[in-house]
Ligand binder design. Structure first.
Ligand code: ADP
Ligand code: XUL
Length: 542
Protein backbone atom coordinates (compact mmCIF):
# COMPACT_ATOMS: atom_id res chain seq x y z
CA UNK A 1 0.00 0.00 0.00
CA UNK A 2 1.38 3.40 -0.93
CA UNK A 3 2.21 5.63 2.05
CA UNK A 4 -0.26 8.49 2.55
CA UNK A 5 1.13 11.80 1.34
CA UNK A 6 2.03 13.96 4.39
CA UNK A 7 1.88 17.61 3.48
CA UNK A 8 4.64 19.73 5.06
CA UNK A 9 3.54 21.85 8.03
CA UNK A 10 2.55 25.39 7.03
CA UNK A 11 5.40 27.88 7.41
CA UNK A 12 5.23 29.82 10.70
CA UNK A 13 3.57 33.22 10.31
CA UNK A 14 6.09 36.01 9.81
CA UNK A 15 6.93 37.79 13.07
CA UNK A 16 4.77 40.88 13.58
CA UNK A 17 6.12 44.14 12.15
CA UNK A 18 7.91 46.77 14.19
CA UNK A 19 8.19 50.56 14.04
CA UNK A 20 11.19 52.65 15.08
CA UNK A 21 11.32 56.18 16.48
CA UNK A 22 14.64 58.03 16.81
CA UNK A 23 15.28 61.26 18.69
CA UNK A 24 18.39 63.29 17.86
CA UNK A 25 18.25 65.51 20.95
CA UNK A 26 20.79 67.90 22.42
CA UNK A 27 22.54 65.48 24.74
CA UNK A 28 21.86 62.07 23.26
CA UNK A 29 20.50 59.97 20.41
CA UNK A 30 17.63 57.73 21.49
CA UNK A 31 15.65 54.97 19.83
CA UNK A 32 12.36 53.33 20.80
CA UNK A 33 10.72 50.28 19.20
CA UNK A 34 6.98 49.57 19.16
CA UNK A 35 4.90 46.81 17.63
CA UNK A 36 1.60 47.25 15.80
CA UNK A 37 -0.27 47.00 19.14
CA UNK A 38 1.70 50.00 20.40
CA UNK A 39 3.66 48.00 22.98
CA UNK A 40 7.09 49.49 23.67
CA UNK A 41 9.50 46.59 23.12
CA UNK A 42 12.93 48.15 23.28
CA UNK A 43 14.71 51.42 24.05
CA UNK A 44 18.36 52.37 23.74
CA UNK A 45 20.51 55.49 23.55
CA UNK A 46 23.96 56.93 22.93
CA UNK A 47 25.11 59.74 25.24
CA UNK A 48 27.23 62.23 23.34
CA UNK A 49 29.49 63.53 26.16
CA UNK A 50 30.42 60.15 27.61
CA UNK A 51 30.18 57.73 24.69
CA UNK A 52 31.60 60.05 22.03
CA UNK A 53 34.04 61.91 24.24
CA UNK A 54 36.46 62.58 21.33
CA UNK A 55 34.12 65.38 20.27
CA UNK A 56 34.62 67.07 23.66
CA UNK A 57 31.08 68.36 24.06
CA UNK A 58 29.45 69.40 27.32
CA UNK A 59 25.77 68.62 27.39
CA UNK A 60 26.16 67.74 23.70
CA UNK A 61 27.34 71.21 22.65
CA UNK A 62 30.32 73.52 22.34
CA UNK A 63 29.78 76.93 23.92
CA UNK A 64 32.11 79.38 22.17
CA UNK A 65 34.13 82.14 23.87
CA UNK A 66 31.55 84.85 23.07
CA UNK A 67 29.07 82.81 25.23
CA UNK A 68 26.47 83.41 22.53
CA UNK A 69 27.57 80.98 19.82
CA UNK A 70 26.60 77.38 20.56
CA UNK A 71 27.31 74.53 18.13
CA UNK A 72 27.46 70.73 17.90
CA UNK A 73 29.76 68.69 15.63
CA UNK A 74 27.63 67.24 12.84
CA UNK A 75 29.89 64.17 12.56
CA UNK A 76 29.15 63.40 16.22
CA UNK A 77 25.51 62.87 15.28
CA UNK A 78 26.57 60.65 12.34
CA UNK A 79 28.83 58.58 14.57
CA UNK A 80 26.12 58.30 17.21
CA UNK A 81 23.85 56.65 14.64
CA UNK A 82 26.59 54.15 13.69
CA UNK A 83 27.04 53.34 17.36
CA UNK A 84 23.34 53.02 18.18
CA UNK A 85 22.59 50.68 15.24
CA UNK A 86 25.69 48.59 16.08
CA UNK A 87 24.47 48.29 19.68
CA UNK A 88 21.06 47.09 18.46
CA UNK A 89 22.67 44.62 16.06
CA UNK A 90 24.86 43.21 18.82
CA UNK A 91 21.78 42.86 21.03
CA UNK A 92 20.24 40.66 18.30
CA UNK A 93 17.62 43.16 17.14
CA UNK A 94 15.87 41.86 13.99
CA UNK A 95 15.92 44.86 11.64
CA UNK A 96 14.08 42.90 8.93
CA UNK A 97 10.85 43.28 10.96
CA UNK A 98 10.90 47.08 10.78
CA UNK A 99 8.14 48.22 8.47
CA UNK A 100 8.60 51.98 8.98
CA UNK A 101 10.79 54.39 10.89
CA UNK A 102 10.65 58.06 11.72
CA UNK A 103 12.39 60.43 14.07
CA UNK A 104 12.73 63.82 15.65
CA UNK A 105 15.52 66.29 16.20
CA UNK A 106 16.23 69.23 18.45
CA UNK A 107 14.53 72.13 16.73
CA UNK A 108 16.16 75.01 14.82
CA UNK A 109 19.70 73.53 14.40
CA UNK A 110 21.09 73.47 10.85
CA UNK A 111 23.33 71.15 8.82
CA UNK A 112 25.30 72.33 5.76
CA UNK A 113 25.95 69.60 3.17
CA UNK A 114 28.99 70.23 0.98
CA UNK A 115 28.88 70.16 -2.81
CA UNK A 116 29.03 66.52 -3.93
CA UNK A 117 27.55 65.16 -0.69
CA UNK A 118 24.37 63.88 -2.33
CA UNK A 119 26.45 61.58 -4.55
CA UNK A 120 28.21 60.21 -1.49
CA UNK A 121 24.87 59.68 0.26
CA UNK A 122 23.50 57.86 -2.80
CA UNK A 123 26.46 55.46 -3.02
CA UNK A 124 27.19 54.48 0.56
CA UNK A 125 29.10 51.22 0.83
CA UNK A 126 27.77 48.76 3.42
CA UNK A 127 31.34 47.72 4.30
CA UNK A 128 32.15 50.98 6.04
CA UNK A 129 30.34 52.97 8.68
CA UNK A 130 28.62 56.29 7.94
CA UNK A 131 31.18 58.28 9.91
CA UNK A 132 34.05 57.09 7.68
CA UNK A 133 32.17 57.78 4.47
CA UNK A 134 30.68 61.18 5.33
CA UNK A 135 33.90 62.75 6.68
CA UNK A 136 34.09 65.19 3.80
CA UNK A 137 30.38 65.81 3.24
CA UNK A 138 29.78 68.94 5.33
CA UNK A 139 30.82 72.48 4.48
CA UNK A 140 30.33 73.52 8.12
CA UNK A 141 31.61 71.00 10.66
CA UNK A 142 30.01 72.66 13.70
CA UNK A 143 26.28 73.08 13.32
CA UNK A 144 24.56 75.99 15.05
CA UNK A 145 21.97 74.64 17.53
CA UNK A 146 18.91 75.94 19.41
CA UNK A 147 20.97 77.25 22.33
CA UNK A 148 22.74 79.73 20.05
CA UNK A 149 21.85 83.39 20.53
CA UNK A 150 24.47 85.04 18.34
CA UNK A 151 22.27 86.27 15.50
CA UNK A 152 20.61 89.36 17.05
CA UNK A 153 21.60 91.64 14.17
CA UNK A 154 20.16 89.24 11.58
CA UNK A 155 16.91 89.12 13.61
CA UNK A 156 16.61 92.90 13.56
CA UNK A 157 17.37 92.97 9.83
CA UNK A 158 14.76 90.30 9.05
CA UNK A 159 12.05 92.08 11.04
CA UNK A 160 12.89 95.37 9.34
CA UNK A 161 12.77 93.73 5.89
CA UNK A 162 9.32 92.15 6.34
CA UNK A 163 7.65 95.11 8.06
CA UNK A 164 8.13 94.50 11.76
CA UNK A 165 8.11 91.79 14.42
CA UNK A 166 4.35 91.27 14.40
CA UNK A 167 4.22 91.00 10.62
CA UNK A 168 6.96 88.35 10.76
CA UNK A 169 4.99 86.49 13.46
CA UNK A 170 1.86 86.64 11.30
CA UNK A 171 3.71 85.03 8.41
CA UNK A 172 6.01 82.53 10.14
CA UNK A 173 4.31 81.97 13.52
CA UNK A 174 7.08 83.66 15.54
CA UNK A 175 8.82 87.01 15.70
CA UNK A 176 12.54 86.75 14.94
CA UNK A 177 14.44 84.57 17.39
CA UNK A 178 18.22 84.15 17.39
CA UNK A 179 18.01 80.37 17.44
CA UNK A 180 15.60 80.17 14.50
CA UNK A 181 17.30 78.68 11.45
CA UNK A 182 16.82 81.48 8.91
CA UNK A 183 18.72 83.92 11.10
CA UNK A 184 21.49 81.37 11.57
CA UNK A 185 21.71 80.81 7.82
CA UNK A 186 21.88 84.57 7.22
CA UNK A 187 24.68 84.92 9.77
CA UNK A 188 26.65 82.09 8.18
CA UNK A 189 26.30 83.59 4.71
CA UNK A 190 27.59 86.92 6.00
CA UNK A 191 30.39 85.69 8.24
CA UNK A 192 31.58 82.58 6.36
CA UNK A 193 30.85 83.24 2.66
CA UNK A 194 33.26 80.51 1.45
CA UNK A 195 31.61 77.78 3.49
CA UNK A 196 28.21 79.05 2.39
CA UNK A 197 29.24 79.01 -1.29
CA UNK A 198 30.42 75.43 -0.89
CA UNK A 199 27.01 74.28 0.41
CA UNK A 200 24.63 72.34 -1.86
CA UNK A 201 21.86 71.71 0.66
CA UNK A 202 20.78 72.94 4.09
CA UNK A 203 18.92 70.55 6.41
CA UNK A 204 17.40 70.88 9.86
CA UNK A 205 18.69 68.34 12.40
CA UNK A 206 15.50 66.34 11.79
CA UNK A 207 15.72 66.32 7.97
CA UNK A 208 19.48 65.68 8.13
CA UNK A 209 18.81 62.53 10.17
CA UNK A 210 16.09 61.43 7.75
CA UNK A 211 18.56 61.98 4.87
CA UNK A 212 20.98 59.48 6.42
CA UNK A 213 18.28 56.79 6.40
CA UNK A 214 17.02 57.73 2.96
CA UNK A 215 20.45 57.92 1.27
CA UNK A 216 19.25 61.15 -0.29
CA UNK A 217 18.25 64.64 0.79
CA UNK A 218 15.06 64.48 2.84
CA UNK A 219 12.48 67.24 2.73
CA UNK A 220 11.98 69.56 5.69
CA UNK A 221 8.53 68.86 7.19
CA UNK A 222 6.01 71.67 7.75
CA UNK A 223 6.07 71.38 11.53
CA UNK A 224 9.82 71.61 12.17
CA UNK A 225 10.05 74.00 9.19
CA UNK A 226 7.90 76.39 11.24
CA UNK A 227 10.88 76.97 13.57
CA UNK A 228 12.96 78.75 10.93
CA UNK A 229 11.36 82.21 10.51
CA UNK A 230 11.13 81.23 6.81
CA UNK A 231 7.96 79.18 6.31
CA UNK A 232 4.58 80.79 5.74
CA UNK A 233 2.58 78.69 8.22
CA UNK A 234 -0.72 79.33 6.42
CA UNK A 235 0.30 78.54 2.83
CA UNK A 236 2.87 75.98 4.04
CA UNK A 237 5.42 77.19 1.50
CA UNK A 238 8.59 79.22 1.90
CA UNK A 239 7.78 82.90 2.35
CA UNK A 240 9.26 84.88 -0.56
CA UNK A 241 9.88 87.97 1.52
CA UNK A 242 11.64 86.02 4.28
CA UNK A 243 13.75 84.02 1.84
CA UNK A 244 14.80 87.16 0.01
CA UNK A 245 15.80 88.90 3.25
CA UNK A 246 17.80 85.86 4.39
CA UNK A 247 19.80 84.74 1.34
CA UNK A 248 19.39 84.83 -2.44
CA UNK A 249 18.08 81.60 -4.04
CA UNK A 250 17.70 80.03 -0.61
CA UNK A 251 14.76 77.89 -1.76
CA UNK A 252 17.18 75.88 -3.90
CA UNK A 253 19.29 75.06 -0.86
CA UNK A 254 16.28 74.13 1.28
CA UNK A 255 14.24 72.03 -1.16
CA UNK A 256 10.43 72.06 -1.03
CA UNK A 257 8.85 71.46 2.39
CA UNK A 258 6.47 68.49 2.77
CA UNK A 259 3.62 67.45 5.11
CA UNK A 260 4.94 65.94 8.33
CA UNK A 261 3.10 62.67 7.67
CA UNK A 262 4.80 62.07 4.28
CA UNK A 263 6.47 58.81 3.40
CA UNK A 264 9.80 59.98 1.97
CA UNK A 265 10.73 56.64 0.41
CA UNK A 266 12.31 53.29 1.26
CA UNK A 267 15.31 53.01 3.57
CA UNK A 268 18.58 53.21 1.60
CA UNK A 269 20.22 49.98 0.40
CA UNK A 270 23.10 50.76 2.79
CA UNK A 271 20.86 49.83 5.74
CA UNK A 272 19.46 46.80 3.93
CA UNK A 273 22.91 45.33 3.38
CA UNK A 274 24.67 46.46 6.55
CA UNK A 275 21.92 45.84 9.13
CA UNK A 276 19.40 43.61 7.38
CA UNK A 277 16.54 46.12 7.07
CA UNK A 278 13.83 45.05 4.62
CA UNK A 279 13.87 46.79 1.23
CA UNK A 280 10.25 47.70 1.89
CA UNK A 281 10.94 49.56 5.16
CA UNK A 282 9.62 53.13 4.76
CA UNK A 283 11.15 56.34 6.04
CA UNK A 284 8.44 58.74 7.28
CA UNK A 285 9.38 62.45 7.44
CA UNK A 286 11.26 63.37 10.62
CA UNK A 287 10.12 66.41 12.64
CA UNK A 288 11.13 68.58 15.61
CA UNK A 289 11.29 67.17 19.14
CA UNK A 290 8.45 69.35 20.47
CA UNK A 291 6.08 68.42 17.62
CA UNK A 292 7.06 64.77 18.13
CA UNK A 293 6.26 65.08 21.85
CA UNK A 294 2.83 66.40 20.97
CA UNK A 295 2.33 63.22 18.94
CA UNK A 296 3.74 61.04 21.75
CA UNK A 297 1.27 62.55 24.23
CA UNK A 298 -1.53 62.20 21.66
CA UNK A 299 -2.63 65.75 22.32
CA UNK A 300 -5.98 66.62 20.76
CA UNK A 301 -7.79 69.82 19.96
CA UNK A 302 -8.80 71.50 23.23
CA UNK A 303 -6.07 69.71 25.22
CA UNK A 304 -3.14 71.49 26.73
CA UNK A 305 0.09 69.79 27.77
CA UNK A 306 1.97 71.29 30.70
CA UNK A 307 5.44 69.92 31.26
CA UNK A 308 6.72 70.72 34.76
CA UNK A 309 10.44 70.03 34.39
CA UNK A 310 13.54 72.12 34.97
CA UNK A 311 11.76 74.74 32.93
CA UNK A 312 8.00 74.62 32.33
CA UNK A 313 6.78 74.14 28.77
CA UNK A 314 3.24 74.47 27.50
CA UNK A 315 2.11 72.91 24.21
CA UNK A 316 -1.28 73.18 22.74
CA UNK A 317 -3.23 71.99 19.79
CA UNK A 318 -4.88 74.94 18.06
CA UNK A 319 -7.13 75.07 15.05
CA UNK A 320 -6.64 78.73 14.11
CA UNK A 321 -3.24 80.33 14.50
CA UNK A 322 -3.06 83.62 16.36
CA UNK A 323 0.65 84.38 16.27
CA UNK A 324 1.84 86.97 18.76
CA UNK A 325 5.05 88.63 19.82
CA UNK A 326 5.60 85.86 22.34
CA UNK A 327 5.56 82.10 21.95
CA UNK A 328 5.59 80.13 18.74
CA UNK A 329 2.96 78.75 16.40
CA UNK A 330 4.01 75.71 14.37
CA UNK A 331 2.14 73.67 11.77
CA UNK A 332 0.69 70.63 13.52
CA UNK A 333 2.74 67.44 13.01
CA UNK A 334 -0.17 64.99 12.92
CA UNK A 335 -2.98 66.93 11.23
CA UNK A 336 -2.08 69.17 8.33
CA UNK A 337 -5.09 71.44 8.83
CA UNK A 338 -4.21 72.28 12.43
CA UNK A 339 -1.48 74.08 14.35
CA UNK A 340 0.36 73.76 17.63
CA UNK A 341 1.58 76.49 19.94
CA UNK A 342 4.59 76.30 22.20
CA UNK A 343 5.59 78.43 25.17
CA UNK A 344 8.68 78.02 27.29
CA UNK A 345 9.08 79.39 30.86
CA UNK A 346 12.49 79.38 32.51
CA UNK A 347 11.30 79.82 36.13
CA UNK A 348 9.68 76.43 36.71
CA UNK A 349 10.86 73.68 39.08
CA UNK A 350 13.97 75.50 40.24
CA UNK A 351 11.86 78.40 41.53
CA UNK A 352 9.41 75.98 43.18
CA UNK A 353 12.41 74.36 44.87
CA UNK A 354 13.67 77.72 46.15
CA UNK A 355 10.31 78.60 47.72
CA UNK A 356 10.04 75.06 49.11
CA UNK A 357 13.42 75.57 50.80
CA UNK A 358 12.57 79.03 52.14
CA UNK A 359 8.94 78.50 53.15
CA UNK A 360 8.54 74.75 53.68
CA UNK A 361 11.83 73.68 55.27
CA UNK A 362 12.90 71.89 52.09
CA UNK A 363 9.96 69.44 52.21
CA UNK A 364 7.55 68.84 49.34
CA UNK A 365 5.16 67.43 51.95
CA UNK A 366 5.07 70.74 53.88
CA UNK A 367 4.85 72.64 50.57
CA UNK A 368 1.84 70.53 49.56
CA UNK A 369 0.21 71.02 52.98
CA UNK A 370 0.47 74.80 52.46
CA UNK A 371 -1.51 74.41 49.25
CA UNK A 372 -4.13 72.31 51.04
CA UNK A 373 -4.44 74.83 53.92
CA UNK A 374 -4.92 77.98 51.84
CA UNK A 375 -8.08 78.93 49.92
CA UNK A 376 -8.51 79.10 46.16
CA UNK A 377 -7.60 82.64 45.12
CA UNK A 378 -5.29 83.08 48.15
CA UNK A 379 -7.47 85.91 49.57
CA UNK A 380 -6.40 88.06 46.65
CA UNK A 381 -2.64 87.77 47.18
CA UNK A 382 -0.73 87.40 43.91
CA UNK A 383 2.99 86.81 43.33
CA UNK A 384 5.45 86.92 40.43
CA UNK A 385 8.65 84.94 40.94
CA UNK A 386 11.19 85.45 38.17
CA UNK A 387 14.48 84.36 39.76
CA UNK A 388 16.15 84.56 36.35
CA UNK A 389 15.11 86.63 33.35
CA UNK A 390 11.87 85.01 32.17
CA UNK A 391 11.19 84.37 28.49
CA UNK A 392 7.44 85.01 28.70
CA UNK A 393 7.09 87.76 29.88
CA UNK A 394 10.64 89.13 29.63
CA UNK A 395 10.86 90.25 33.27
CA UNK A 396 13.11 89.54 36.24
CA UNK A 397 12.64 89.84 40.02
CA UNK A 398 10.07 88.94 42.70
CA UNK A 399 6.87 91.00 43.05
CA UNK A 400 4.04 90.43 45.57
CA UNK A 401 0.65 92.14 45.70
CA UNK A 402 -2.13 92.08 48.31
CA UNK A 403 -5.84 91.90 47.52
CA UNK A 404 -5.95 95.68 46.88
CA UNK A 405 -3.11 95.57 44.34
CA UNK A 406 -0.66 97.15 46.79
CA UNK A 407 2.87 95.87 46.37
CA UNK A 408 4.03 94.20 49.62
CA UNK A 409 7.49 93.04 50.62
CA UNK A 410 6.58 89.68 52.11
CA UNK A 411 3.82 87.12 52.57
CA UNK A 412 3.45 84.46 55.24
CA UNK A 413 5.02 81.14 54.32
CA UNK A 414 1.84 79.30 53.40
CA UNK A 415 0.46 82.25 51.44
CA UNK A 416 3.78 82.59 49.61
CA UNK A 417 3.65 78.93 48.50
CA UNK A 418 0.17 79.36 47.07
CA UNK A 419 1.06 82.74 45.52
CA UNK A 420 3.94 81.07 43.67
CA UNK A 421 1.99 78.10 42.32
CA UNK A 422 -1.15 80.08 41.43
CA UNK A 423 1.00 82.80 39.85
CA UNK A 424 2.87 80.28 37.70
CA UNK A 425 -0.33 78.66 36.45
CA UNK A 426 -2.15 81.98 35.91
CA UNK A 427 0.81 82.98 33.78
CA UNK A 428 0.72 79.70 31.79
CA UNK A 429 -3.03 80.20 31.17
CA UNK A 430 -2.78 83.90 30.32
CA UNK A 431 -0.04 83.39 27.72
CA UNK A 432 -1.63 80.24 26.32
CA UNK A 433 -4.87 82.18 25.81
CA UNK A 434 -3.09 85.01 24.08
CA UNK A 435 -1.79 82.40 21.60
CA UNK A 436 -5.28 81.13 20.80
CA UNK A 437 -5.97 78.63 23.60
CA UNK A 438 -9.50 78.50 24.96
CA UNK A 439 -11.15 76.11 27.37
CA UNK A 440 -13.84 74.11 25.59
CA UNK A 441 -16.06 71.28 26.84
CA UNK A 442 -13.84 68.20 27.00
CA UNK A 443 -10.60 70.15 27.49
CA UNK A 444 -7.96 68.10 29.28
CA UNK A 445 -4.76 69.35 30.86
CA UNK A 446 -2.04 66.71 30.38
CA UNK A 447 0.67 67.14 32.99
CA UNK A 448 4.12 65.64 32.65
CA UNK A 449 7.64 66.25 33.99
CA UNK A 450 9.13 65.95 37.50
CA UNK A 451 6.55 68.01 39.43
CA UNK A 452 3.60 66.14 37.92
CA UNK A 453 3.86 63.58 40.75
CA UNK A 454 2.63 66.26 43.21
CA UNK A 455 -1.17 66.05 43.41
CA UNK A 456 -1.60 69.32 45.35
CA UNK A 457 0.28 71.21 42.64
CA UNK A 458 -1.90 69.49 40.03
CA UNK A 459 -5.05 70.48 41.96
CA UNK A 460 -4.06 74.14 41.64
CA UNK A 461 -3.36 73.56 37.94
CA UNK A 462 -6.83 72.04 37.53
CA UNK A 463 -8.52 74.92 39.41
CA UNK A 464 -6.69 77.69 37.53
CA UNK A 465 -7.44 76.11 34.14
CA UNK A 466 -10.92 74.97 35.22
CA UNK A 467 -10.26 71.62 33.54
CA UNK A 468 -9.49 68.07 34.63
CA UNK A 469 -5.80 67.21 34.88
CA UNK A 470 -4.39 63.90 33.66
CA UNK A 471 -0.86 62.61 34.00
CA UNK A 472 1.20 60.57 31.64
CA UNK A 473 4.36 58.82 32.61
CA UNK A 474 6.56 59.58 29.65
CA UNK A 475 10.15 60.61 29.88
CA UNK A 476 10.56 59.81 26.22
CA UNK A 477 7.56 61.40 24.59
CA UNK A 478 9.49 62.66 21.51
CA UNK A 479 10.84 59.19 20.70
CA UNK A 480 7.50 57.54 21.30
CA UNK A 481 5.82 60.18 19.16
CA UNK A 482 8.31 59.43 16.37
CA UNK A 483 7.46 55.71 16.50
CA UNK A 484 3.72 56.51 16.49
CA UNK A 485 4.27 58.79 13.50
CA UNK A 486 6.14 56.02 11.64
CA UNK A 487 3.12 53.76 12.09
CA UNK A 488 0.64 56.47 11.10
CA UNK A 489 2.73 57.60 8.09
CA UNK A 490 2.01 54.31 6.32
CA UNK A 491 -1.74 54.98 6.23
CA UNK A 492 -1.91 58.79 6.42
CA UNK A 493 -2.18 59.21 2.66
CA UNK A 494 -5.30 57.09 2.50
CA UNK A 495 -6.93 59.53 4.94
CA UNK A 496 -6.70 57.49 8.18
CA UNK A 497 -6.31 59.88 11.11
CA UNK A 498 -3.48 59.69 13.65
CA UNK A 499 -5.98 59.10 16.46
CA UNK A 500 -7.64 56.18 14.66
CA UNK A 501 -4.29 54.43 14.43
CA UNK A 502 -3.51 55.12 18.09
CA UNK A 503 -6.86 54.16 19.65
CA UNK A 504 -5.29 51.41 21.76
CA UNK A 505 -2.44 53.49 23.20
CA UNK A 506 -2.40 53.69 27.03
CA UNK A 507 -4.77 56.34 28.35
CA UNK A 508 -3.62 59.16 30.66
CA UNK A 509 -4.83 58.90 34.29
CA UNK A 510 -7.23 61.44 35.80
CA UNK A 511 -5.63 63.01 38.90
CA UNK A 512 -7.51 66.24 39.64
CA UNK A 513 -10.85 67.85 38.80
CA UNK A 514 -11.61 71.54 39.29
CA UNK A 515 -13.33 72.75 42.45
CA UNK A 516 -16.90 74.00 41.71
CA UNK A 517 -15.98 77.58 42.72
CA UNK A 518 -12.82 77.65 40.56
CA UNK A 519 -14.24 79.50 37.52
CA UNK A 520 -15.68 82.23 39.74
CA UNK A 521 -12.34 82.74 41.46
CA UNK A 522 -9.88 82.44 38.61
CA UNK A 523 -11.68 84.11 35.70
CA UNK A 524 -11.55 87.34 37.74
CA UNK A 525 -8.09 86.71 39.06
CA UNK A 526 -6.71 86.14 35.58
CA UNK A 527 -7.77 89.67 34.58
CA UNK A 528 -6.07 91.11 37.65
CA UNK A 529 -2.98 89.01 36.98
CA UNK A 530 -2.76 90.38 33.42
CA UNK A 531 -2.96 93.97 34.69
CA UNK A 532 -0.36 93.36 37.38
CA UNK A 533 1.94 91.65 34.89
CA UNK A 534 1.99 94.88 32.86
CA UNK A 535 3.06 96.72 36.01
CA UNK A 536 5.74 94.15 36.75
CA UNK A 537 7.09 94.42 33.22
CA UNK A 538 7.40 98.17 33.55
CA UNK A 539 9.06 97.93 36.96
CA UNK A 540 11.41 95.24 35.71
CA UNK A 541 12.50 97.43 32.77
CA UNK A 542 13.18 100.49 34.92
P1 ADP B 1 14.12 67.73 33.29
O1 ADP B 1 13.74 69.09 32.80
O2 ADP B 1 15.56 67.63 33.67
O3 ADP B 1 13.62 66.59 32.43
P2 ADP B 1 12.23 66.65 35.25
O4 ADP B 1 11.03 66.68 34.39
O5 ADP B 1 12.84 65.35 35.64
O6 ADP B 1 13.37 67.63 34.72
O7 ADP B 1 11.83 67.46 36.61
C1 ADP B 1 12.73 67.64 37.67
C2 ADP B 1 12.08 68.52 38.74
O8 ADP B 1 10.96 67.86 39.32
C3 ADP B 1 13.00 68.79 39.89
O9 ADP B 1 13.74 69.97 39.64
C4 ADP B 1 12.04 68.93 41.08
O10 ADP B 1 11.92 70.29 41.47
C5 ADP B 1 10.69 68.49 40.58
N1 ADP B 1 10.04 67.56 41.52
C6 ADP B 1 10.40 66.31 41.84
N2 ADP B 1 9.57 65.81 42.80
C7 ADP B 1 8.65 66.77 43.09
C8 ADP B 1 7.53 66.87 44.00
N3 ADP B 1 7.16 65.87 44.80
N4 ADP B 1 6.82 68.02 44.00
C9 ADP B 1 7.15 69.04 43.18
N5 ADP B 1 8.21 69.00 42.33
C10 ADP B 1 8.95 67.88 42.28
C1 XUL C 1 12.05 74.90 21.04
C2 XUL C 1 13.49 74.76 21.39
C3 XUL C 1 13.91 73.58 22.18
C4 XUL C 1 14.59 72.54 21.34
C5 XUL C 1 15.20 71.54 22.31
O1 XUL C 1 11.77 76.08 20.40
O2 XUL C 1 14.31 75.57 21.05
O3 XUL C 1 12.84 73.01 22.89
O4 XUL C 1 13.71 71.96 20.42
O5 XUL C 1 15.50 70.34 21.79
Amino acid sequence: MAAAQVSPPPPPPPPPPLYLGFDFSTQQLKVLVIDGNLNVLHQDNVQFDSELSDFRTQGGVHIHSDRLTVTSPVLMWVKALDLLLDKMKRAGFDFSRVRALSGSGQQHGSVYWKRGASETLNQLSPDQDLFQQLQDSFSVSDSPVWMDSSSSQQCLDLQAAVGGALRLAEITGSRAYERFTGNQICKLRQTRPDAYQDTERISLVSSFAASLFLGDYAAIDYSDGSGMNLLDIRTRSWSEVCLKATAPHLDQLLGAPLPSTSVLGPVSSYFVHRYGFSETCRVVAFTGDNPASLAGMRLQQGDIAVSLGTSDTVFLWIQQPRPALEGHVFCNPVDWQAYMALLCFKNGSLTRERIRNECAGGSWEVFSAALRNTPLGNNGNIGFYFDTMEITPPAVGVYRFDGDDNEVSSLSSQVEVRALVEGQFLSRRLHAESLGYSIIPGTRVLATGGASCNTEILQVLSDVFNAPVYTIDLSNSACLGAAYRALHGLVAESGVSFFDVLKTAPEPQLVATPHPTAPQVYDQMLKRYARLEERVLQESRS
